[in-house]
Design a protein around this ligand. Structure first.
Ligand code: COA
Length: 158
């Protein structure tokens, strides 16, 4: 994350909150606790022993059986399909282990590379959430993509 601070800061609101190893430890502990509580699950993506990024299901809702997918990669690991493959895995985890019936991905409208991930995986564009996030003092719109899941092993319906 430290190596990619400038790259990640373009789209991730929490980068400035993780400046030191202790900040990162706290962040990981919070994510772990939320995972134990069943609200989230996070994958650390490792290639040849190096951490290249993270991705996860957030806001897992047990009644609605919905969740939101979030992700990031180190810049040097982009352009290889790593995140699309990881999100494919997350879809299966959501379907099999959490019985989710709908997944969403929200991307900054101008975050073309992030939008390409759900578009590549057959998510449907639901619409635009206008002025939805304060990103370091700049208001940004979000594009919402969703995928409807049939329970275990069936094919997706878009
Ligand atoms: C969003 C982000 C993860 C996308 O990374 P990415 O590398 O473009 O996505 P993927 O790993 O799926 O790779 C897709 C790219 O690899 C290429 N690729 C190569 N082999 C591939 C394969 N087998 N399958 C799919 N794509 C492949 C694709 O053509 C595409 O490249 P292109 O954009 O030049 O056409 C990355 O830009 C990032 O971390 N950004 C900063 C943080 C961020 O914005 N997070 C999301 C907030 S909503």
């Amino acid at each position: 994350m430290d190596r990619n601070r400038h790259f990640l800061r373009q789209w991730l609101p929490w980068i400035d909150d993780t400046q030191t190893p202790d900040d990162t430890r706290r962040h990981l502990k919070e994510r772990l606790q939320a995972s134990i509580g069943g609200d989230e699950i996070h994958l650390t993506i490792v290639i040849d022993g190096a951490i290249v990024g993270r991705a996860g299901l957030q806001q897992i809702h047990p009644t609605n059986r919905t969740a939101n997918i979030g992700y990031w990669l180190g810049e040097e690991f982009t352009g290889r399909g790593i995140m699309s493959e990881t999100v494919r895995e997350l879809i299966e985890i959501g379907r099999h282990y959490y019985s989710l019936q709908k997944l969403t991905i929200r991307c900054g409208t101008e975050n073309v590379k992030s939008r390409a991930v759900p578009e590549r995986l057959g998510f449907q564009h639901e619409g635009t959430l206008r002025r939805n996030e304060n990103l370091y003092g700049r208001w940004i719109d979000h594009e919402v993509y969703s995928l409807l899941l049939e329970p275990n092993n069936s094919t997706e319906s878009h």
